[in-house]
Design a protein around this ligand. Structure first.
Ligand SMILES: Cc1ncc(COP(=O)(O)O)c(C=O)c1O
Length: 402
């Protein structure tokens, strides 16, 4: 007779798990939704909002979806690299025509920018488990978990001071001197999240030169191209560092600039030292992707591919992207003009900026004014409307911490 195992005192598998805190931003969105005040202002949410407060599907995206419904003939597997035509079309948008021809750069489609960041981190860990990633603070809260889940050590360096509203450039460069050759530097390509504070072109040049001289590897997160100052302007920093460095990574997302958030559309590009090295990288990317998602979801990439391959749709997407960018710029200008202490907002880019507010002030704004923003003081500029921007500005300047 088989012997019965004594397991009485052992917890079962899932009883060993500890509960995880709820995501603070998701909690904030739920709180804002539940607030019955009709004039509440939700600037916590991280998506583009139009003048009517919605996040509609772009015309070009709708048109591409119609074409896909009519013409797509199969849903058969595409392979771990995803839609290769999509990757080829994204290449010149990110690297420019000349950079796009660099045979040392390979790319694969990924499930959004998150998938790209995670795949890149796994590639780094596989190449050298001692490599570290230097990350300016504050940064997007998911950077740390994405990097550390892959087993890569993250080293925090200063980037921005909310109170003085300035980039801590000298402090960052000093801290980067700790990096060893082969270590990585995470850089927000444009529209820094959460601060909106981007490096100037001169600062990008300095970083590029530093990285090249010290044998470091830039890891650029390009999630908002086109939403700061236009597609070309927003890629300048990325192109400078990628060109200067011997090796580099770029995690790119189309989720914001095509407004296809839930379709999970992005790509990871890696620059190796040679064409042969790039082929080895490509093989490793395919193998890593195979163990995580096997193949990326197709629909978002198929939409982007259809738009970029059709001159009319492409022109319409460009126009819609410019409209989104102009709306962000106009709200930034309105806030800046309201009070000298908000002037910094117009010098920043993208959807987010950070206000120097204490946690108590953020809570008070929530309770007495129905203004919902992250505890850090990060707010989504484009969560405002032409009607409530002045009311928002008036309420926050009362509470500014300096
Ligand atoms: C800085 C930054 N990087 C990457 C991402 C990931 O984008 P995606 O939704 O394409 O995964 C985001 C999304 O909010 C982001 O803010």
């Amino acid at each position: 007779m088989a012997e019965a195992l004594t397991v009485a005192d052992e917890p079962m598998l899932f009883d060993r798990l500890e509960s995880e805190p709820t995501d603070a931003l998701l909690q904030l969105i739920a709180l804002a939704k539940a607030d019955p005040r009709p004039d509440k202002i939700d600037v916590g949410v991280g998506v583009y909002r139009d003048a009517a407060g919605g996040t509609p599907i772009l015309r070009a995206v709708k048109a591409a979806e119609r074409i896909l419904v009519e013409t797509q003939e199969t849903k058969a597997y595409l392979g771990s690299a995803g839609d290769t035509r999509f990757v080829d079309l994204i290449r010149p948008i990110v690297f420019g025509e000349k950079g796009a021809r660099d045979e040392r750069i390979v790319g694969v489609q990924t499930p959004g920018g998150c998938g790209a960041l995670r795949l890149g981190a796994d590639l780094i860990d596989k190449a050298n488990s001692d490599a570290r990633i230097f990350v300016g603070q504050p940064t997007w809260p998911n950077h740390g978990p994405l990097i550390e889940c892959a087993g890569v050590e993250m080293v925090k360096v200063p980037y921005y001071d909310t109170r003085s509203r300035r980039i801590l450039f000298d402090e960052m460069m000093e801290a980067l001197k700790e990096a060893r050759p082969g270590d990585l530097v995470l850089l927000h390509g444009c529209c820094h999240n959460p601060t909106g504070a981007d490096l100037s072109l001169d600062q990008w040049r300095e970083v590029a030169d530093f990285i090249a001289r010290r044998g470091l590897v830039p890891y650029v997160d390009l999630a908002y191209q086109g939403l700061g100052n236009g597609l070309e302007a927003d890629a300048q920093g990325t192109r400078l560092v990628v060109e200067a460095a011997e090796q580099a990574l770029v995690a790119q997302s189309c989720d914001k600039n095509f407004g296809v958030y839930r379709e999970r559309t992005g790509s990871l590009f890696v620059k190796a030292s040679s064409k042969a090295g790039a082929e080895t990288v490509f093989g490793n990317l395919l193998q890593l992707a195979r163990t995580m998602w096997s193949m990326p979801p197709d629909h978002g990439a198929a939409i982007v591919h259809t738009i970029l391959d059709d001159p009319e749709l492409r022109a319409d997407w460009n126009a819609e992207l410019k409209e989104m960018c102009a709306r962000i710029r106009s709200l930034r200008a309105r806030l800046s003009a309201y009070d000298e202490r908000l002037a910094f907002i117009d010098r920043q880019n993208g959807m987010f900026s950070m206000l120097p507010l204490s946690r108590d002030a953020v809570l008070e704004l929530r309770e007495s004014h129905g203004i919902y923003m992250a505890d850090s003081g990060r707010f989504n500029v484009v969560g405002l409307s032409d009607e409530n921007v002045d009311r928002f500005a008036a309420a926050v300047v009362e509470k500014l911490d300096g």
